[in-house]
Design a protein around this ligand. Structure first.
Ligand SMILES: C[S@@+](CC[C@H](N)C(=O)[O-])C[C@H]1O[C@@H](n2cnc3c(N)ncnc32)[C@H](O)[C@@H]1O
Length: 516
């Protein structure tokens, strides 16, 4: 071993006035910094007269495990800064606005803008189910060349009135886990009530294609579908490919599924949503009615929320459960800290070309541990239908299997099982690559559906502080990861399962293969 790269100097001992054994309280947050590793620190003003001999009375603290009172002070600070930036931006549209973590200017504005934009959509398509308002209404019929891999696929918009041949049965379905499981999309015609691609939309798309490069055109097209989420852009510093190859007519869905016609709509169960009657922001999960079905409790058996006051996931959710967020029937405010994954994404995303794994995704701002970065969307299909599909497009399917392994006869759970296919419909999360040492975890969340329907959204949550522009990754097969770790402890070698491919994640503990 050589010399360490650096030796930290000892922190100077604080010399302050007063009793050194006294516990001091935080009186307020007055500053914030984020270092290159994404670690956030707050400048804290101490109360009860704490000060140094020179009269200064603040210190820089990480505050990761702070009490709820301190979290609220941080929250107030974040909001005040957001307001200041918004006011500055109003005065000068040219002004450069720093975008850092949860303090995005964007975030403070988006929820209301979303509500406005959404209302406009509802007015435009009065008969459309909620989940269909995010896409332009053209459902695709896909012709898969399974020998050529996922990128080489042709597609055309489905032709109204045409019947479709059934999907090709696959000989034996692969085993299940919460991970993208290889399967082919189940493309059907839109239900009759779905919104059509208006002449205006077509004209916009045509103009974009004729005036801009492929990259600009795709960025601009997706920007029209973000519904106030932060931007998604493409970067390639590796080769000449401008944008990833996508199936023709790929439809960007920021926050909703498009359901296959034989998948029950969450709207059918809207009356079953349990709601709360909290005023303002929900504070106590014990008294928050929509948390009644939640089993998430602290050591003392008291029901708790899945998020901190700063909307960071706490990682206390036991396996087999989903996060239950407040819903549209709840009387709390839109700013309630138990509304997180349902808010417009406030993390700007770059889809970038990796050297050896196609395209990947990264955030352009540092992320805190527990940050909900986005949700996986796509075509929501019945598992049984997905099982009959051929292996042509293996990589973009997630099974919604939170409750699997539970008593299948349990009447509380409707027995249907679903999968999400992000191949022809989806968002930036479909570009998230696998790593054996991932920096995000997939967490099931519900807010517009009851848990028993087995149709949660899958939120991608940062499991560590992540510096800006670090590739975002998940483990496609967390169970295999656990098995690999157990095998390593027993000094056994694990052989790759059939269909696995060489893993190129480059992590120190890489298991060598990945099921895609
Ligand atoms: C869900 S897609 C991710 C986006 C993909 N890179 C793209 O360009 O569209 C999964 C595919 O990415 C590639 N991939 C992801 N993680 C990988 C890894 N650790 N090693 C090798 N290939 C990987 C495989 O080709 C896999 O089929």
């Amino acid at each position: 071993m050589g010399e360490p790269a650096y030796r930290p100097s000892p922190s100077p001992v604080e010399e302050y006035e007063g009793d050194p054994n006294q516990e001091w309280v935080v009186a307020g947050v007055v500053g914030q910094s984020i270092d290159v590793l994404g670690t956030r620190r707050y400048e804290v003003k101490w109360g009860e007269g704490w000060k140094r001999k020179d009269g200064t009375n603040t210190t820089w603290e990480k505050l990761d495990d702070s009490s709820e009172t301190v979290q609220r002070l941080i929250w107030d600070w974040d909001r005040k800064q957001g307001r200041k930036r918004a006011a500055k931006a109003k005065r000068s549209p040219e002004i450069a606005i720093g975008v850092e973590g949860p303090q995005l200017l964007h975030e403070d504005k988006t929820f209301y803008a979303l509500a406005r934009g959404y209302n406009e959509l509802v007015e435009r398509y009065p008969d459309s189910p909620d989940e269909e308002l995010d896409f332009d209404g053209t459902l695709l019929e896909l012709n898969v060349d399974s020998s050529a891999g996922p990128s080489v696929v042709s597609a055309r918009a489905s032709d109204p009135g045409r019947s479709h041949s059934p999907s090709i049965p696959s000989p034996s379905p692969p085993p299940r886990a919460v991970r993208p499981i290889p399967r082919r999309a189940n493309a059907r015609r839109a239900p009759s009530s779905s919104p059509g691609l208006s002449a205006d939309d077509e004209e916009v798309a045509r103009r974009l294609r004729s005036r801009f490069s492929r990259r600009e055109a795709l960025e601009r097209e997706w920007a029209t579908k973000l519904h106030d989420a932060a931007p998604v852009v493409f970067v390639n510093e590796v080769n000449g490919e401008e944008v990833p190859r996508l199936v023709d007519g790929f439809q960007y869905l920021e926050r909703h599924y498009v359901r296959a016609p034989n998948v029950p709509s969450n709207r059918e169960y809207a009356d079953c949503l349990v709601s709360c009657d909290c005023a303002g922001r929900c504070r106590d999960a014990e008294r928050c009615g929509c948390q009644d079905p939640s089993e998430l409790k602290d050591e003392a058996g008291r029901r708790i929320f899945a998020y901190t006051w700063l909307r960071l996931f706490t990682f206390k959710l036991p396996p087999g459960m989903e996060v239950i967020e407040c819903n549209k029937s709840c009387s709390c405010s839109e700013r309630c800290p138990n509304r997180v994954a349902q808010r417009p994404r406030d993390v700007p995303i770059e889809i970038f070309r990796t050297r050896n794994r196609g395209w990947g995704a990264r955030a352009t701002t540092p992320l805190s541990r527990g940050k909900v970065v986005g949700i996986y969307t796509g075509w929501l299909t019945r598992r049984a239908d997905a099982d009959r599909l051929a292996d042509g497009r293996r990589s973009y399917i997630f099974d919604l299997d939170v409750h699997e392994g539970e008593d299948e006869d349990d009447e509380e759970h409707l027995t249907d099982k679903y999968s999400v296919d992000g191949y022809a419909y989806g968002n930036w999360t479909r570009f998230v690559n696998h790593s054996c040492e991932p920096n995000m975890r997939v967490v099931p969340v519900v807010w517009d559906t009851i848990p028993e329907l087995n149709q949660p959204y899958l939120a991608f949550v940062a499991t560590a502080d992540i510096p800006a522009r670090t590739e975002l990754t998940i483990d496609y097969d967390p169970k295999a990861g656990e098995e690999a770790r157990a095998a390593k402890q027993k000094a056994r070698r694990q052989s790759p399962p059939p269909g696995a491919r060489e893993c190129m994640c480059g992590a120190e503990s890489c298991r060598g293969w990945v099921r895609v």
